[in-house]
Design a protein around this ligand. Structure first.
Ligand code: NAP
Length: 307
């Protein structure tokens, strides 16, 4: 078997076209443009490429994108003040705090002057485009019941991107296509593995989450081998051996590491491709959809603020 490539770029492109039309009609209805504000403290090179991709997507969809670059020597208090200022500005629909933060702010975090998750929590839940505010994460926990009441549609963007990729494979109603499937996630970070596990559980997938301790006990292989859907979000090229992939599995590789200037995923792509039914490339798989989901979240917040 040779897997079909799950082309995130073309799926993202279709979704963006739908979002563009939706925004056009919402702007007519609300008579104002949604605005996403990016705050950055560090001058990290990775941030430059995220910001560029976000601005390009926002421009294409008709979303305003404002970039706020704070001085690198700003302290934690100064950063919080800026966030609160944006929370209070009516024309701001959504706020994204780019990671990593500056050395100075992280040092205060390391010394315990401010907690690790605190900065995301200062962003008003109604403007939290990354879905990391405790209120928004709590809605994920409650699942579909709240979704029908108009909440819970907002989730961390990469986790949403994976759900879009999985849904693109199946014509069954969304509520049914993952029901009872053996899904294995590798990586349990707060931005990817944990929220994704909740999204999958809300869709009745039989969900296993592996992490560092799974590898420490040499149990990773046995979990990966029974996955009908494997999702890896670690950032260690070659961690998932191609020979471990179950015949016909769907493989979603979120990992992105740079080797000799080239991006690589966690999965041994060439070998895994021989066994999987569908596989994402790195780059060109999850990445383009993550930015698209960020824009989708802007619209969710824009609707909530104006309806
Ligand atoms: P992270 O916070 O560093 O999380 C990595 C996770 O992998 C942690 O849960 C860690 O467990 C686990 N882990 C580490 N070594 C492991 C091992 N040997 N076996 C099993 N699990 C292991 O990173 P992240 O922010 O979630 O990002 C993960 C990857 O996705 C990175 O490569 C990142 O660049 C990429 N990414 C891609 C996109 C996209 O749109 N394509 C978006 C975001 C991130 P412990 O915490 O217990 O050590």
């Amino acid at each position: 078997m040779s897997a079909k490539i799950l082309d995130g770029k073309s799926i993202a492109s279709k979704i963006k076209e739908e979002l563009r039309k939706e925004i056009e009609s919402l702007i007519k209805k609300y008579q104002k443009v949604p605005v996403l504000v990016s705050i950055q403290v560090s001058r990290d090179a990775g941030i430059e490429s995220y910001v560029k991709a976000q601005k390009k997507a926002a421009d294409r969809l008709g979303i305003g994108y404002q970039r706020l670059v704070l001085p690198e020597d700003i302290d934690a208090g100064g950063l919080v003040e800026k966030i609160e200022e944006l929370n209070n500005r009516d024309e701001v629909t959504a706020i994204i705090l780019q990671q990593p933060l500056s050395e100075r702010v992280m040092e205060e975090e390391r010394r315990g002057n401010i907690s690790k998750t605190a900065f995301e929590q200062f962003i008003d839940a109604a403007k939290d485009v990354e879905g990391m505010h405790l209120k928004n994460l709590g809605n994920l926990f409650y699942g579909s019941k709240l979704e029908t009441a108009g909440f819970g549609k907002l989730a961390p963007c990469t986790a949403m991107a994976v759900m879009e990729l999985l849904d693109s494979l199946n014509r069954d109603p969304r509520e049914e296509n993952l029901r009872g499937k053996e899904v294995v996630i590798v990586g349990h970070s707060k931005i990817i593995g944990k929220p994704l596990a909740l999204l999958l559980l809300n869709r009745f997938a039989t969900t296993t989450v592996c992490h560092i301790a799974t590898s420490e006990r040499n149990h990773l292989e046995e979990h990966v081998k029974r996955a009908e859907v494997l999702i890896s979000a670690v950032g260690q090229p070659g961690l998932i051996k191609g020979g471990w992939i179950k015949e016909g599995a769907v493989v979603i590789d979120i990992g992105t590491s740079r080797i000799n200037g080239k991006l690589a995923g966690d999965v041994e792509f060439d070998k895994a491709k021989e066994r999987a039914s569908y596989i994402t490339p790195v780059p060109g798989g999850v990445g383009p959809l993550t930015t698209t989901m960020l824009m989708k979240n802007v619209i969710t917040l824009y609707r909530k603020a104006n309806d």
